[in-house]
Write a protein that binds this ligand. Sequence first.
Ligand code: TRP
Length: 435
Amino acid sequence: MDNRETFGSRFAVIMAMAGSAIGLGNIWRFPYMVGQGGGSAFIIVYLLSTLVISLPIFLSEAVIGRKTHKGTFGAMQQLAPGTPWRWLGLLTVLSPLIILSYYSVVGGWSVEFLLKSLTFSFSSGDQDQIMGFFGSFTSSLWGPLACHTVFLGICALIVVAGVKKGIEKFSTWTMPILFLLIVFIMVYALTLPGSKAGVDYLLKPDFSKLTSVAVASAMGQSFFSLSLGVGTILTYASYVHKDENLLRSGVGTATFDLLFALIAGFAVMPAVFAAGIEPAAGPGLVFETLPFIFAKMGAATPWLSGLVSILFFLTILVAAVSSAISMLEVGVAYLVEEKHLSRGKAVAILFAGCWTLGALCAMSDALFSFCDKLTSNFLMAFGGLLFTLFAGWYMKRADVREELKAGKAFGLLYFLIRYVAPAAIVVIFLTNLFL
Ligand code: TRP
């Protein structure tokens, strides 16, 4: 264990974990879900679910990772040798790699869109053509494959450099910059004429929209946004120093993640409404609607809309890279610790595997959405449930207490880990399945 790396400071821990958490989920999913789910009414539910469900799952993963200083599989082998828990260890080595494969395809789109912005294609092009660009790009073969390769290559280079020199360095540098960028874009969006409707869309409390499906999706979003249930937080926590307070890291990460999601909402939705477009969810929002908006604004001030479009796609690219490296690290930790490969070899093998699955996803929409649905609707919830059950019921209470060092709050947190979070995950899961 002596030669195992650790993050250098609490700031580094939170930036790395926030890097994993802050991603496409904050930019293309959260703003839309808030509007659909009743504005600030939805945000309240989101906050509550972060406190009573996501934070306990986060802490469960963090306790397991930090206690063992091992990746997901090694942690299960150490704490529960010879039991079926090893399958949880294996599952959570595989699920982040499946996410990484298709996430890298999307990351590749942001590479392409950044390049397009750099040549001012959005701010000076024909508006209808720009709307159609995303469709024609993603249905072509070589462009998306090349961009997927570039994106995955960037992630591989960062991870191969190590936990401290790669992941920590990248996250501590880029996360604060990312935050400034999104704030700048928000200020710009809020000054556009007609942007107020976007603010209303996000903030007006509308409890009639807060249906049971909306409540379940608020819980699910909070869960997805914090990258829970697939062993990334567990693996990052295994690089956290013994003296570090895990509760503080968890609260810090969740706060930063939520703040970023809210600011992204106030950056994206006001611009959407100012352009008089219906908000969409998913890829359409950032890769179709926004380029169209840049084009529309470009008619008046091409340099400004060109600049904003460069900064916007740069933000998306960096947010996606910082999430993707956390998925890659889970597999790397496994190959290095359990199979005794060098870091370089481990990264090369996983690059080849994820590149292949990702390339297939780039060519087949059906496979792409299968991987997406399998992981975000099923594997993440399943893994999250099992991690809370492991920390709450399998591990000794004294061990959890010692790791958490939560003082008086321990009793409450332990109760949430044992009962509330697992029950809530089952409810979200069933709601997603049947409603
Ligand atoms: N949290 C990421 C986002 O908001 C997405 C994500 C989901 C993720 N599961 C993950 C990232 C696992 C890293 C690992 O975009």
